[in-house]
Design a protein around this ligand. Sequence first.
Ligand code: ADP
Ligand code: MG
Length: 351
Amino acid sequence: MSFLALAAISKSFGPNQVVKDFNLSVGKGEFVSFLGPSGCGKTTVLRMVAGFETPSAGTIRIDGQDVTRLPANKRRIGMVFQAYALFPNMSVSQNVAFGLKVAGADRATISRRVGEMLELIKLDHLGERFPYQLSGGQQQRVALARALAPKPNLLLLDEPLSALDAQIRVSLRDDIRAIQRELGITTIFVTHDQEEALSISDRVVVMHQGRADQLGTPAEIYNRPATRFVANFVGKLNTFEARIADADEGQLNFAGKDFTAPTPLRGLRSGDPITVALRPEALALHRRHDDEASLQGKVLDFNFLGSVIRAKVEVDGRPICLDMFNQSGFTMPPVGTATELYFSRSDLLVL
Ligand code: ADP
Ligand code: MG
């Protein structure tokens, strides 16, 4: 049973169609991210859910009710924006109380609820401070508390971490997820950062030019990208120009060798050009249990990244990346060494 349902939503601004036939069904309590580059329509979809924009076509349902034309203030939605959205002339407590006051809650209810919310975001000692006295991360916590105070049905977060430093961004995203789980509130989180989306979501919608290219769990998006755009946008990828050697037998050729495709090559004919790809961690310098295929290469360089060592290896005249865990006993082959790169053909992505 879906709690939020978007059916065939489109949105045009003048002649520009910026959201195209967008469909989505979000379950109660689910955490779904919209992931995509700047300008792909993430905010526009979010604003339609919130009621700040009206779709040009399609319907939006929340908890079974058609809200497509319902004003924003009747939708019981909490929203957090990128940054600087607190009322600067109000204290933290007054900011958090704002939505409750507007809704006409009594003084005792407001005071209790503000206390609960400040405890939830672990800022119960800072209620009297003003926004300018807080760090960026603290301000976003207050914005979250303000959005949650009136007990919304749906929480919408539009790039809430983008303006923060890397370290705060990671810790606050985990806090947001923990609070979301604790409250069980259905949440949509917008980001252009793939690591952010993959790390905290139940499911991710990858958006591209106003469309949903793929909807899936983080593992599905990463392991089985549905389009070339998704494959390139999410995670690092080594691509190879390949050719179908034998369509019926599922044979393809790249980097000078024949390989068996992991899945049947439907709709393709022998001789057709295609692109295949391998993630950096799908490749190894030593044969692992499931590796039954290999490429020949020449070591170009190593990057020591801490938990991972990334090797750059020239294959078929082009540099490709290979990630290995930093395990004891690993010695790097000298730069310039000819080497075999092993992989399992089940990890081969045919795009
Ligand atoms: P994102 O949030 O993914 O960066 P947006 O939803 O903000 O993308 O914008 C998608 C496209 O719609 C962009 O090309 C943007 O310029 C355009 N757009 C957004 N809002 C308006 C508006 N009110 N009027 C005209 N064009 C708009
Ligand atoms: Mg945006």
